[in-house]
Each structure stands twice: as C-alpha cells, then as structure tokens.
Design a protein around this ligand. Structure first.
Ligand code: S3P
Length: 767
C-alpha cells in the first residue's frame, strides 16, 4: 500500500456529544487529552474526555490539570456510552485491555470506534484478533510518531502532536466512517495523518525509531559498566549527550516494543551491523577514502534530513513550491551598470561530477555551480558511494572510483529539475552492474526521455519508462552494451552525451551524428581526462573500454546565466556592464552572434583558455537594437537563451523571426508558449508558430510595453527573462513561481539588485 497523506482532507471535527475514553493516562494518552481540550473538545459540545488507568494518582493528576472530566481504575466504570476508545497502554498490555474491552463492548455506544497508539502494529493487530475473534471493522490501528524521554501524565503536552505524523494502518475491511473519526481525532491535535500497511509501518519504525533507541540504550549501558564511568561521564559533552538523550526513555515501554517488533528490528540490526563492520574494517585498515565516503554521505543525508524537517531548502524547497509560491515584483525602468561574475556553467558542472566520479584519482573542481540541479547530481553520486568534499565556495573535490567502482544506491536517484542529469545519467547507468531508478520533479516528469531510452535500447540497455517515454526511468543493470552508429533526429547535446557515456561501457565503437552542432563539453572533458573522442564533420565517436584519469576543472561562468544581464544591458539606455570569466565555447555563443546581428554594442575582452574551455569578459553597452531573422544554424547554439532573446526582440525596432526551434517546446516548460503567453499579458505583439515565433518590437528609448502579472510555468529561464523585461516596461511586472531560479542561478536576485534592478521577492501561500 502506498503512503497517503490525508492532512486536511476532511475538516477536523468529532461528532457532538462524543464520549472519548483514553485507556492509559501517561505521556501519550495525557497529551492527547490535552491537545483535544485545547481544540475545544468537551467545551460546549456536550463531549466528555474520560480516562482509565491502574494508577489513581495519575487520574487525579489528569483531572487537576483539567485534561479529563472523570476517570477510574476500572474500565467498566467509564465504558458506558463510549463512542471512541483510545488504547494508550504499553504494547504488551494491549492484549489484556482488549480482552476486557471485548467483554464490555456491549455497554459502549452502538457505533463505538476503537483505536490505539502502539509503536508496533503487527503484534497489536494479532492481539486484537485474539481478543475479538477478528479485527473489528471499527478498530483503526494507529501510531502517533511523537514522544519524549519523559513519562507520566504530569509531562502531558498539548503541542506534542502538532505538525507530527500519525500513521494509521487500516485494512480493506476497515469501516470508512471509523477511519474518518480517527483521522479527525488526530487532525484536531494538529498532526499530519498518513496511511500505510501494518508490515511497512513496522519496518519503517524498526529503522527510524527502534534501532536508534536500542543503540542509545546499549551505548550508555556499555559505558556505565566500565570502571572509570564517573570519569567518562564527566567529560561526556555534546556528542554523547545528543546521541544518548533517548536512552532516558521508559524501559517498560521499550522492552515491550522490542519483544513485539522482533522480526523487523532484527532485520534493521543486521543491516546496521554490516555497516558497522565495514566501518570497523576501514578504521582497521586506515582506509581514509572509505571512511570519508561513508561520513560524507551520512553528513549530507543528515543535512538534507534537517532541511526536510525544517522545510527550508533543496528537495524540501521543491515540495514547498506546491504550497508556497515565490513571486518576483520588479519595478519598471532603471539602467544596468557594474562588473559582475555570474555562477558557474551548469552543463560543465554536471559533467565535472560525472567524469570526476568515474575517474581514477582525485578531481579538483573550482567554479562549480552550487545550484539545485548540479547539487542533485552531486548527491546522486554520493548515494552511489563516491566520496565528494564540498561544495565550498565553488570548490569540489571528487575522489574518483574508476569506471567500475560505483555502488548500487539504496533507493531511486532524484535529479530534481535537471533534464541534463537525467539524460546523461541514463547513459552512464545503462552500463552499470546494478539496477537504478531515476526520478525528478514534476516539470522533469513531463519531459521526453524516449530520445535517450530508444538509442540506449539499440545498444542493448534495458530501460523502462512511464507512459509516453516519460520519467521515472528504471534501468536494469548487468547488460552487455554494444556500440552503435546513431543518426540523431534532433540536435541535442544531452542525447549525444548520453550515448558517448554509455559508449564508454560498450563493446566497440559508438558514433553519433548530429544534424547541427551542439555543445561539445562532454567531448572536451573526456579528451581532457585522457579518454579519446574523435570528430570528423558532424560525427563524433569513441571506443568502449577505456579509462579516465582525474584532472583539475575550472568551470567558467555560465553564458546562459550571463545572457539575462547581457540582454538587460543591451535594451536599457544608459547601461554599461562587464560580465567576467564567461565561457565562450563556440557551440554556446549563439546569443553573442544574435545580439551582435541585432546591433548590440558587445565586446569580448581578455579572451583566454581555461582548462580546455575558452573564456572572456563580456562588455556590453546600450545601443538601439533592430529586429532580425534569426539564422536557423544559430538555434542549437543559443537554445537556452531564447527566453531572454525574445525580450531583446520586444525592445528592438521591427520584427524578429525565429523558426526551426521546436525543441523549445520540450524544455523545462514549453518555452515558445510560456513566452508568448507572458508577452501577450504585457502587450507585446507576437505570433506563435509550431517551431518558432514572430515578435514585433517598437524600438526607441522609452517604455515599450505595459506591466502585469506573468506566469513562469515554474521555468527558471522564463522567470528571469520576464524579470529583466521590467527595465523597459511602463509599470511593474510580477512573475509567478520563481523558486526554480535556484536550479541554475543561485544569487540571481542579489546580482540583479546589485546592477540596478529594483526587485522584491514575495512569498505567499497558495490557495
Ligand atoms: C544541455 C543541453 C541542452 C540545453 C540544456 C543543457 C547539456 O539540451 O538546453 O539546458 O548540458 O547538454 P538539449 O541537448 O536537449 O538541447
């Protein structure tokens, strides 16, 4: 069964005049009572909260705290007319309580619902079947994932369940009305309610809760038995304290849990023991790389886990976009001046990690793009056992594992928004010995992957896609690949690179012919790492079975990111801007050629070569632009730059015509449509074609169009293009859904403000 989040699916309310009986008034039961009270239960709705506990002092304490209306040590005295019984006793006491409940059930309300809070579910399900003869349809097993090392009702906390998860484990026989009531009960406490099946619940909890408790108990016990324990505890500061806090938990409760969830705990413990044995061995052998790989992976997983818990960034950021929208509000007018350096090239950053990981030796990368996309690639390699240090201020150190050193990742590899990562990974992973699955965000899930899956299958790869050749991709390992000669139907560097990467693992020669030149970073970097890639005209090829030798990589600034500022300066009177250290690889300079053809005052200064890639400082000053017919051979060379170039066209005098650009329809959004829609909102005259667009610009020095709110379609480049458009608008432009700018251009907002744009970020909850 899938985990299903049902938070907010129904308004949280219980029927009027509910009689809720909490059996076991400790921390968990008491906190439930406190949270229900806080939500208004029993205050003017004729409901009562009652409790049953063997300890009269606990009941008295609960009453004095105002948590319960009445209580008894005997279930028989509180069961009369009960509509909801919550079993909150230790796991091994459940059977006995259920036996009593079975005998008294006739005195409760006819529609009585039973639920429990036990930390293991299979044992409680078995106890219920024993007590009632079967699992009653109105018994909904549940488990709030919250607690504290404190115990007893005195420690009850009305906030204990706030924003915590509660797992319910209904079966197909569970009565839907009973399920709704238990869901409402927990929603009233502020919890997020999830559903999963019993077995999965027990496995998940064995790993995330039971195992860590066992380790904490064991560590404290081991140290406490040692003679010098006083000495040790005196010096035991942060690490010991953080790691062992949960060893102060209720021993009876935990004894019960380990007895009840024996099988799943033993499995988790076996996995842990083998991990520990591997670390022991690495310590013993002085294997620094092995230790670093594990620690690094764990450290990043822990940080990632932290951001998930705090809902701040990375994958959590993507999830946040579902509920919180980031909007840019850009004031009209202004001019663009200064000297800036935009972040590192995305294409080269992805490739540096991929080839560095497969190399022999250590690869030092500088200028690495610390954007969400390339960070996702980096994390994916960590998950395949590669030790990677950083990134820190653009510096990354990759401890290569060689062509056959990757390890099977524990789960699917998530590549976020990055089409490049998914397509290049497809080639690289098709040649591995293990199975993998590649997933991404919602935008990536819509993008075509058949263009790489089909030729890879011709090479002998076994790849499953979702309907229509979309992600996720499931790649079967252990296939013998054969080189092919492939005539690419579209000009795509991603497809070419995918096949070259697969070709390294294939027998014989892999040849790719491209219908038009596309970016050649893969070929350059492979050659730089000593893996020969040859080229003649429109075809490049390599032989399988070679090796990569690590070397330093200096990533130039991304011309695709620089483009937004090139266009900003090109269209704005009074502008004078220098963009430093920009990559000007001949397969990427379509934007320079097109802007120059439109009349831009753009100069390349300080041209040099860095690590096999040409770079220059780009100096641009305002000069009026004119509309042109964009030569089709420039399309692949400027493929990511069109959203910004359309804004240049909207400010040029006359019509700019683009054709042969149907690839724009399958980028992070349908970029022809997204731009046409947004330009129409602003009043920019445009006509859309299947493979292009005509844009009519007014020219001149004043405002060329109005303002308004446009949609980025969660596409980073659409968002940035409309941001710079504001420089020539007559009123403010607002751009919806800008969070994905972080995929390629971290720091965009600060840089834009620095050169003169007036840009405000607005975060708001979506309805
Ligand atoms: C890229 C190639 C281009 C480009 C993308 C990055 C690469 O895609 O649009 O942003 O790094 O190889 P296609 O190869 O699909 O045209």
């Amino acid at each position: 069964m899938q985990e299903v989040a049902t938070r907010g699916a129904v308004p949280a309310s219980l029927p009027r005049a509910s009689r809720i009986v909490i059996v076991g008034l400790g921390l968990i039961g008491g906190s439930l009572a406190a949270a229900l009270r806080k939500a208004g239960v029993g205050q003017g709705d004729d409901s009562l909260i009652l409790a049953c506990d063997p300890d009269p002092k606990e009941l008295e304490c609960g009453r004095r705290m105002g948590l319960i209306d009445a209580g008894s040590t005997q279930l028989s005295e509180v069961i009369e007319g009960a509509t909801l019984v919550v079993l909150a006793v230790p796991v091994l006491a459940m059977g006995q309580v259920m036996g009593e409940l079975g005998a008294l059930r006739g005195r409760a309300a006819g529609d009585l619902v039973i639920t429990d809070v036990g930390s293991t579910k299979a044992a409680i399900e078995a106890a219920a079947i024993e007590a009632f003869g079967e699992l009653p349809a109105r018994f909904v097993l549940g488990h709030p994932i919250a607690g504290s090392e404190k115990s007893g009702v005195a420690a009850a906390n009305p906030e204990l369940y706030q924003a915590h998860k509660v797992i319910l484990t209904p079966t197909c026989a569970t009565d839907p009305d009973a399920l709704e009531r238990v869901r409402a009960l927990w929603q009233l406490t502020g919890a997020e309610v999830l559903e999963m099946d019993v077995a999965r619940h027990d496995q998940v909890l064995a790993r995330t809760s039971h195992l860590p408790h066992l380790l904490a108990f064991s560590l404290v016990d081991t140290l406490a038995r040692q003679d010098e324990r006083l000495e040790i505890f005196r010096y035991a500061a942060g690490g010991f304290r953080d790691f062992t806090r949960i060893a102060g938990s209720d021993p009876v409760m935990w004894r019960d849990i380990f007895q009840a969830n024996r099988g799943a705990v033993l499995e988790a413990l076996d996995d842990f023991e083998s991990g520990l044995a591997r670390l022991r061995d690495a310590v013993n052998r002085g294997d620094g790389d092995g230790l670093l790989a594990t620690f690094d992976r764990a450290s990043h997983a822990r940080h990632y886990f932290d951001t998930l818990l705090n809902q701040t960034s990375y994958q959590a950021e993507y999830q946040m976009q579902e509920s919180a929208m980031l909007r840019y509000r850009v004031a009209p007018g202004g001019s663009v001046t200064g000297r800036i350096r935009v972040p590192g090239d995305k294409s080269i950053s992805h490739r540096s990690i991929m080839l560095g990981a497969l190399s022999e030796g250590v690869t030092e990368v500088s200028g690495f793009l610390e954007g969400e996309d390339s960070l996702a690639t980096l994390q994916a390699f960590r998950e395949m056992g590669v030790a990677i240090e950083g990134p820190h201020q653009g510096r990354v150190t990759i401890h290569g594992v060689g062509m056959h050193g990757l390890k099977k990742p524990a789960g699917p590899l998530y590549v976020g928004n990055a089409g490049t990562a998914m397509r290049l990974f497809a080639g690289l992973l098709a040649g591995q010995a293990f199975d993998t699955e590649l997933t991404g965000d919602t935008s990536l899930t819509r993008r075509p992957m058949g263009r790489v899956a089909d030729p890879l299958r011709q090479m002998g790869a076994v790849i499953d896609t979702a309907e229509g050749g979309r992600p996720p991709l499931r790649i079967k390992g252990g296939q013998a690949l054969k080189g092919i000669h492939y005539d690419m139907p579209m000009a795509s560097a991603q497809v070419k690179s995918c096949l070259l990467l697969a070709g390294m693992f294939a027998e014989g020669e892999t040849r790719v012919r491209e219908p038009a030149p596309t970016r050649d970073h893969t070929e350059r970097m492979l050659n730089g790492f000593g893996y020969a890639v040859e080229r003649e005209g429109d075809t490049c090829w390599l032989q399988g079975g070679g090796k990569l030798a690590a070397g330093p990589i200096d990533v130039p600034s991304d011309i695709s990111s620089a483009t937004f500022f090139l266009v900003a300066a090109a269209i704005t009177p009074g502008s004078d801007l220098v963009l430093e250290h920009v990559g000007i690889n001949p397969t990427r300079i379509g934007v320079i050629n097109i802007l120059t053809a439109m009349g831009a005052d753009l100069r390349l200064e300080n041209e040099r070569e860095v690590g096999g890639e040409p770079v220059a400082d780009l100096h641009i000053r305002y000069r009026p632009l004119k509309g042109i017919d964009i030569p089709e051979d420039q399309v692949p060379l400027a493929i990511d730059e069109f959203p910004a170039l359309f804004i240049a066209a909207a400010n040029a005098e006359g019509t700019t015509r683009l054709r042969g650009a149907e690839e724009l329809r399958v980028k992070e959004s349908d970029r022809l449509q997204s731009m046409a829609d947004g330009m129409s909102v602003l009043g920019i005259d445009n006509t859309l074609y299947d493979d292009g667009i005509d844009i009519v610009g007014k020219g001149g020095d004043g405002a060329n169009y109005g303002g308004g709110r446009v949609d980025s379609h969660e596409d980073h480049r659409i968002a940035m293009a409309f941001t710079i458009a504001a420089l020539r608008a007559s009123s403010p432009i607002e751009v919806n859904d800008c969070a994905n700018v972080a995929t390629s251009f971290p720091g965009f907002v600060e840089l834009a403000r620095g050169v003169g744009l007036e840009l405000e970020e607005v975060r708001e909850e979506q309805a």
